[in-house]
Design a protein around this ligand. Structure first.
Ligand SMILES: Nc1ncnc2c1ncn2[C@@H]1O[C@H](COP(=O)(O)OP(=O)(O)OP(=O)(O)O)[C@@H](O)[C@H]1O
Length: 298
């Protein structure tokens, strides 16, 4: 296509631009692409995406240069490759779809992000201090522990596998729960809005083959939980006393109290009162619409 033809094509699409439907069209496609990129970044698909882009570039070149056999081969590679990718990435795709189906994701879009709710700041601040104190003490005494800190994804399914409770997060409470011999020491504690809501919970195990042999099922469960939700998981190893944190399927190991505190402060504690940070994208859009309407002459 010649430059002036391209220019004319752009100009004619701009002339037929419908502000409402075309803006919605662009927003939906941007959202889908953003989700796909996030999926590629967080999963093993990162390298695959680079490969796909390379094949598409070759394909484009082959079409432009009218290379019939290369185009035919690449056509088949793309079709078979698409089916192979669906099979290879079936666990990741299933998890992504499951997460999309979780009601909290849509609730966040409509009513705002619980993670940045300033009314929970105080509760989470003291909970984080207690979690760090407890992790240090449990590490010193080589007591295994698994603590799941709920964020936006609702963990009711996980909570149902354990014993429901309603207890303040204090080091003594966590120390008692994980003390070997107590009925609740097996499994994970779930902390929601800075409160312990369940103990003895069963978490999904990670299939990650790259996990070190020195890590037992406790770490596999913690990592699995972080792969299946946006929760933050704090793990204390019974064998070595090492404190770790799992987030988005990544395990950060050998944390001391201060490192853990800094990470949790950043990940869990909502920012100080800031109305803008707490409103949903839809609410922001509606506010903008309202502001525009106010600006219009009657
Ligand atoms: N699916 C799971 N969900 C929740 N907790 C689990 C799960 N699987 C194992 N655990 C916890 O892990 C404990 C056993 O883990 P395991 O003996 O493999 O770890 P370990 O040898 O203590 O090593 P480490 O603590 O270093 O991972 C169990 O007692 C239980 O508390």
């Amino acid at each position: 296509m010649l430059p002036n033809q391209m220019f004319n094509a752009v100009l004619s699409s701009l002339r037929t631009f419908d502000p409402l439907s075309d803006t919605l069209d662009i927003l939906i496609i941007s959202f889908v692409f953003y989700q796909l990129l996030q999926f590629a970044r967080k999963s093993r698909a990162g390298q695959l995406v680079k490969g796909i882009i390379l094949i598409l570039v070759f394909y484009g070149l082959a079409v432009m240069l009218n290379l019939k056999t290369v185009t035919w081969v690449l056509n088949n590679v793309i079709t078979i490759g698409f089916m192979a990718a669906v099979v290879i990435f079936q666990p990741e795709l299933r998890r992504t779809l499951e997460r999309m189906g979780q009601s909290t994701m849509w609730a966040n879009l409509l009513v705002g992000n619980r993670r940045s709710d300033p009314s929970l700041r105080g509760a989470w601040q003291s909970a984080v201090v207690a979690i760090c104190d407890a992790a240090e003490q449990l590490s010193d005494t080589r007591t295994g522990a698994l603590m799941v800190l709920e964020r936006n994804n609702n963990l009711d399914e996980i909570i149902r596998t354990g014993t429901p409770m309603h207890a303040d997060v204090i080091p003594e409470m966590l120390g008692t729960i994980f003390y070997e011999g107590t009925p609740l020491h097996d499994g994970a504690v779930v902390i929601r809005d800075g409160v312990i809501v369940a103990a003895g919970c069963v978490l999904p195990l990670s299939n990650n083959l790259e996990m070190g042999k020195d890590m037992g099922t406790r770490h596999r469960a913690g990592l699995g939980m972080s792969e299946n939700s946006d929760a933050i998981v704090v793990i204390v190893s019974e064998e070595t006393g090492i404190i770790s944190m799992a987030k988005n399927g990544v395990l950060i190991r050998r944390l001391d109290r201060q490192n853990l505190f800094n990470l949790l402060q950043e990940e869990i504690v909502p920012p100080a009162e800031d109305e803008e940070a707490n409103i949903s994208p839809l609410q922001k859009l509606m506010r903008k619409g309202g502001a525009l309407n106010h600006g219009k002459p009657e």
